[in-house]
Design a protein around this ligand. Structure first.
Ligand code: AGP
Length: 611
């Protein structure tokens, strides 16, 4: 249950556990949050057991009901199965199994996989049962291999069978699974937080693999039984890092972790002369010199980090940089070749849309770099190179510290390319790195003023819609601020390029309409600053309630704003690392005022491992 609690952020529509004892499988499952299952187990405890599987669900096929919750128990109550992903060929498989006389109680694709596995297992026992190999686990392993060969789509399947107590068998394709190596015990989890309380020794599994664990053994094969090796590694954070640290929510903790997240992501990646040292970026320097296009692939908040990076990379490296939503990229027949550098940005490293887009780009011959926050996850494993963000585990579903760390890592990548290709002098790079090194302390200063932002947000608890305006690097920040508000407070919010307002959206402005404006530094390209101040006047003249994020010392905005939140001055291209923070706090506080769960917002999951 502790493991499930730590994994709950990945999906919380329902939860269930199954344990194996001499009397067979005992199972409990409940729709809703893990707390419902905990209550159920308190009222009706399962028998003691040392072997079991557990699952928290993000509903894909079939609503979040008790019946659709996992585990699915089949084969006369002897086989329990849990599953992450989508079995794309479940319909023909189900039709075939129905013809064989099987019945189903749920609407899920998972139950189809479970019944198929049970059918194969049964036929194996009829053939091999005489050999008495039941009990060694071999039968369940072989059944899983044969079942996995029949399944299409993305799946992590775990199974345990009453006939073979003491083992759990799993198969994975296009969906996360990692092994935890304990002392006299072994674990499986969608990510390491499932067993971080018990061991930090982990083994990453490859594509199309089956793993059989018992208390003292871990055996890995491919789907056809050929032995395979997993790569062991030590998890680079401990259980404490995945706790709230005294904050009321993971989200509040992670917003306050941001100075450290940026500092850790910068740590050790440049020397005192301002020379970038990105050892893990294992792509030949000569290849990087030939790159003539960069495509950033990401989703959601990570895509906004890519949007910010675009401005910096193009400015420093003069390489055309496109930012593509992963799920759109591979369906638009993109122009990709060996001179294209793909930069995927993913906190979890398991976002299926982004994984599939990266694979597609690799097939077109592109080199791929993963900016990722999760050590050993699938996207960095399948990329040519990785630039890990060191934000620490991000548990809250709404991404905050990973966003700033992603932007920081993308800046480092841009500066590295500029250094390699000679677009910037070493002194220029050194100056930018010096500015970046000051950012953590400046974020801390913004956090010191959090109460002022919280008060305003709390007073706006019944707001029904908020518009966000930004320009240049402030434009993706405006969109990220809108996304945070949508995700957390469930109210309509929209981020616009400030210059776009007069081309239509200004019709939305009416008396009292809250408009949050991210104002560029007056010290940058001044025309941009004055244009945004004009945009504030345009909406104010039509009754908008203007809330402005501006640089310390910028007095010109005061007369046009009902509320001004000042942030420390910094190099304009680095401003998103500061201007984002008040918007995160605003969304957190408004959602809190509405009494919402800011760590696990409705309908969401932390890692979207289905397309
Ligand atoms: C962030 O607040 C959202 N939860 C979501 O947009 C997220 O950024 C997106 O799903 C991408 O996730 P990833 O970074 O793990 O790939």
């Amino acid at each position: 249950m502790e493991g499930l609690r730590r994994l709950e952020y990945r999906g919380y529509d329902s939860a269930g556990v199954a344990v194996v004892t001499a009397d067979g499988i005992s199972m409990a499952k409940k729709s809703g949050k893990l707390a419902n299952l905990i209550a159920e187990l308190a009222a009706n405890p399962l028998p003691a057991s040392m072997t079991g599987i557990g699952h928290t669900r993000w509903a894909t096929h079939g609503g979040p009901t008790d019946k659709n919750a996992h585990p699915h128990v089949v084969d006369d109550g002897k086989l329990a199965v849990i599953h992450n992903g989508i079995i794309e060929n479940y319909a023909p498989l189900k039709a075939d199994l129905l013809k064989q006389g099987y019945t189903f109680v749920s609407e899920t694709d998972t139950e189809v996989a479970a019944v198929l596995l049970g059918d194969i297992y049964r036929s194996l026992t009829e053939v091999e049962g005489a050999a008495g190999s039941e009990g060694t686990g071999a039968l369940l392993t072989e059944a899983m291999q044969l079942a996995a060969q029949r399944l299409e789509g993305a799946f992590t399947l775990l199974a345990t069978h009453a006939g073979q107590p003491g083992i759990v068998v799993a198969a994975r394709r296009n969906s996360p699974l990692v092994v935890g190596l304990g002392d006299g015990e072994n674990f499986l989890g969608s990510d390491v937080s499932g067993f971080i309380d018990y061991t930090r020794r982990a083994v990453e599994l490859g594509q199309d693999q089956v793993v059989t664990i018992s208390a003292n053994s871990v055996e890995i094969t491919d789907f056809y039984g050929a032995p395979a090796q997993g790569k062991e590694y030590l998890v680079d954070w401990d259980a404490a890092a995945a706790e709230k640290g005294g904050y009321p929510s993971f989200m509040e903790k992670e917003i306050n972790d941001q100075p450290e997240a940026v500092a850790q992501t910068l740590l050790g990646r440049s020397d005192i002369d301002g020379k970038l040292i990105l050892d893990e970026l294992r792509i030949d320097a000569e290849v990087l010199k030939t790159i003539n296009k960069i495509i950033v692939l990401a989703c959601g908040t990570s895509a906004y980090a890519g949007q910010v990076a675009k401005y910096a990379i193009e400015h420093w490296c003069r390489i055309p940089t496109e930012v593509e939503l992963s799920h759109e990229f591979r369906y638009r027949d993109p122009i990709v070749d060996e001179k294209t550098l793909i930069v995927s940005i993913s906190q979890s490293g398991e976002t299926m849309d982004t994984l599939m887009a990266v694979r597609y780009a690799k097939e077109q011959g592109a080199k791929t770099v993963s900016i990722c926050n999760t050590n050993g996850s699938t996207i960095p494993r399948e990329s040519d190179a990785v630039l890990y963000t060191h934000a620490g585990p991000e548990i809250a579903v709404a991404s905050t510290k990973a966003f700033l760390a992603q932007i920081t890592a993308a800046y480092l990548l841009g500066l590295y390319l500029a250094q390699l290709r000679g677009n910037l002098f070493q002194g220029q790079i050194k100056d930018i790195l010096a500015d970046l090194a000051k950012v953590p302390a400046k974020i801390a200063k913004v956090l010191d003023n959090a109460e002022q932002i919280k008060e305003l947000a709390t007073s706006m608890a019944d707001t029904r819609t908020v518009l966000f305006l930004g320009r240049h690097v402030g434009y993706p920040v405006a969109m990220e601020g809108a996304l945070k508000l949508k995700e957390l407070a469930y109210i309509h919010a929209e981020g616009f390029a400030a210059g776009e307002l007069k081309h239509g959206p200004i019709a939305l402005i009416e008396e009292g309409q809250p408009v949050i404006v991210v104002v560029p530094s007056p010290r940058g390209r001044d025309s941009l600053h004055s244009k945004v101040v004009s945009n504030i006047q345009e909406v104010r003249a039509r009754g908008a309630k203007t809330i402005v994020i501006a640089e310390e010392g910028d007095e010109s905005v005061r007369e046009h704003a009902e509320h001004v939140f000042y942030i420390p001055e910094t190099t304009p291209l680095l401003a998103p690392l500061l201007t984002t923070v008040p918007l995160q706090i605003f969304a957190l506080a408004l959602a809190t005022a509405k009494g919402y769960d800011v760590d696990q917002p409705r309908n969401l999951a932390k890692s979207v491992t289905v397309e």
